[in-house]
Design a protein around this ligand. Structure first.
Ligand code: MTE
Length: 319
């Protein structure tokens, strides 16, 4: 993301530095139960404390998805070393190292708002709700670069159905962990924390919307949003919130962090749209990470299946 404020944001360099992941183990524990108790929300489906998958452990039983592109995938090294994760840094190369000790277990996800089944879920219980799929998606950042990544997860709709939203639920809001001790970027005022994103209910229910906990057949590395994020391939990358701790169903449209930060530059919808320029640059083309020549950007990032969600809407106004 590029912002106007006085912070120095690095230019969109394309060649990733050869920094490497620090591989480490995660332990699950009972503290999630404590978090649930503190929250005062009915606690269901809490996983037993147990050893969970180590970072970079394989995710077994992954099905291939019909939604996958056959385009050339970016390398794991590229995707895990060139990141936008402002909670750690505004520099794309720094989150890989700064997030290496980020604790992603135990991890509680609060489901609340306009749902019949308000609950706090242990992330390991949550990711077992449905069969994991590998979805190879194009992912287009608003800054003008794109990547192709084999994400692992299942449709967000699988979770939403199990939460039983009330008729008043018109939107879904995602909130990232707020923990300035662990996340140095949150000790700065570069954005208003915690990071918040949102979707209209029909967008969230669209089968392409992915609740994601892995990539390249392994659990997500911290810098890519472990332990749980969303991936919305037809939208600019900033809609795909990382390290989610809360999923709230609302009647009113959530105010997403980037819109709050610069409303003239970042809207609520943020659908990839080559015909609507960012106020400070064109969105007509993009550079695939690792390639030299730019390629044309496609409407909805090429995911035409979502077009009907926006029929009748002026996408220049609803950018
Ligand atoms: N989520 C949080 N919590 N914080 C962020 O800074 N950056 C967004 C999005 N989700 C961001 C976030 C942006 S701008 C992009 S392009 C993608 O994450 C990048 O995801 P990746 O690093 O896995 O490619």
């Amino acid at each position: 993301m590029l912002i106007k404020k006085s912070v120095a944001i690095p230019s969109s360099e394309i060649t990733p530095k050869a920094t490497y992941l620090n591989r480490r183990n995660f332990l699950a524990g009972a503290a999630v139960a404590g978090a649930a108790a503190v929250s005062g929300i009915a606690f269901r489906d809490l996983a037993e404390p147990r050893l969970i998958a180590a970072a970079n452990a394989k995710i077994e039983g992954t099905q291939k998805s019909v939604f996958s592109t056959t385009e050339k995938q970016n390398s794991y090294k590229d995707v895990s070393n060139y990141n936008n994760f402002y909670e750690f840094s505004t520099d794309k190369y720094e989150p890989a190292d700064l997030a290496k000790n980020f604790k992603t277990r135990p991890w509680a996800v609060t489901i609340d708002g306009e749902v019949k089944k308000k609950q706090v879920l242990d992330v390991d219980a949550l990711i077992k709700m449905a069969a994991p799929e590998e979805r190879v998606y194009r992912h287009r950042c608003v800054e003008g670069w794109s990547i192709v990544v084999p994400w692992v997860g299942f449709s967000l709709s699988e979770l939403i159905k199990r939460c039983d939203p009330t008729p008043k639920a018109k939107y879904v809001e995602f909130t990232t962990l707020y923990d300035p001790k662990q996340m140095p970027g949150q000790r700065t005022g570069v954005l208003k924390w915690p990071y918040v994103e949102g979707l209209r209910m029909d967008e969230a229910m669209h089968p392409l919307a992915l609740l994601c906990f892995g990539m390249y057949g392994e659990v997500l590395p911290n810098q890519d949003g472990a332990p749980l994020r969303v991936i919305l391939p037809w939208k600019y990358g900033f809609k795909s919130a990382k390290s989610i701790v809360r999923i709230r169903f609302t009647t009113d449209q959530p105010l997403n962090t980037w819109q709050q930060s610069a409303p003239n530059e970042y809207g609520f919808y943020s659908n990839v749209n080559p015909n609507v320029d960012h106020p400070r640059w064109s969105q007509a083309k993009e550079r695939r990470l690792g390639e030299f020549f730019k390629r044309p950007t496609l409407m909805f990032n090429g995911y035409d299946q979502v077009a009907s969600l926006y029929s009748g809407m002026d996408l220049k106004k609803n950018f």
